[in-house]
Write a protein that binds this ligand. Structure first.
Ligand SMILES: [Zn+2]
Length: 305
């Protein structure tokens, strides 16, 4: 592949060396293709779903793909873009894999992308990222496609996905006890909603994969610092508990007419954080707070870039 037009902003030799594992190959299909166009060439795809006719309107799959595993259809598109790409397909349920299997199959991963609505899969992904000490990103579209979120973690950050989303774990626990699911219904989200969110996620992916390079993507992750919870307003009707959180955190006056949707806010602990979560405690041996309610920070990992 020819990268002349992007090699001044993406560290191509670095990104070509990286292994990216994507869990969920539905709505993320265009994201995976675009990462390939951006230089990623070692990919592992995990999704046990096959393509059916309702997927065509918004997942980047084609009518000729109907009946195929999503991972196989995406792999074919990756190879069409870059014949040198290596793609491994796993048409399996990620949550059924044991720690040993994860180590064996995904141990060399440099970045996990969890592009799935399934809370069980996102939660398992957090444990896997911590166990392997591997950077990860979680992409979640909210009900109706009105908004969404991108959460990321790397080994230099204290707060993991569970620390940041502790209230979701609590809500999920209660729902499970009542035999309910809180996974958002995906009806009403269009391909434009999905791709707006995926585009922001793509920036974070490039940042995590080339962190430290002397260009804008190489600097991105350190510019964000601990602001690892990105919330995206897609529709002007997006609200969280009836609040226009995007307007609130951006400090936009109610009378400001140019303000609309399509904005991102990048929030951090302690706004969303909590005491070290059970995953951090079990896997990272996190020390708990000193009683003041403030989390004791881990020393920066010397091996992290
Ligand atoms: Zn945690």
């Amino acid at each position: 592949m020819q990268f002349d037009r992007i090699e001044n902003v993406i560290d191509i030799p670095t990104i070509q060396d990286k292994v990216v594992t994507i869990v969920g190959a539905g709505g993320s299909a265009p994201l995976i293709e675009n990462l390939t166009r951006s230089g990623v060439q070692h990919l592992k795809l995990v999704d046990h779903d096959t393509i059916n006719d309702v997927n065509i309107s918004r997942q980047g799959h084609h009518p000729g793909d109907i009946g195929a595993f999503k991972v196989d259809a995406v792999a074919q598109k990756i190879r069409a873009i870059n014949p040198d790409a290596t793609v491994e397909c796993y048409p399996i349920d990620f949550t059924t894999l044991s720690d040993e299997e994860i180590h064996e199959v995904f141990g060399e991963t440099d970045l996990f992308i969890f592009a799935t609505d399934s809370f069980a899969c996102q939660a398992r992904g957090n444990i896997v990222a911590l166990l392997l000490n591997t950077s990860a990103i979680w992409i979640g579209l909210y009900a109706g496609g009105l908004g969404g979120e991108v959460v990321f973690w790397h080994s230099g950050l204290d707060c993991c996905y569970r620390c940041l989303c502790s209230s979701r774990y609590e809500a999920q626990k209660k729902a499970n006890e009542q035999g309910e699911s809180l996974d958002p219904p995906s009806d009403g989200a269009t391909i434009f909603d999905i791709q707006l969110l995926d585009s922001i996620a793509g920036h974070i992916c490039l940042g995590l994969l080339t962190r430290g390079s002397d260009n804008r993507f190489g600097r991105l992750i350190d510019q964000l610092g601990t602001r690892q919870f990105l919330q995206v307003g897609i529709s002007p009707e997006f609200r969280v508990n009836e609040n226009d959180v995007i307007r609130k955190y951006l400090g936009i006056d109610e009378n400001c007419k140019p303000y609309f949707a399509w904005n991102t806010i990048a929030l951090s602990d302690p706004r969303f954080g909590d005491d070290p979560c059970p995953d951090c405690e079990n896997i990272r041996g996190h020390e708990f707070g000193d009683g003041s309610g403030i989390m004791l920070r881990m020393k920066p990992n010397p091996s992290s870039p």
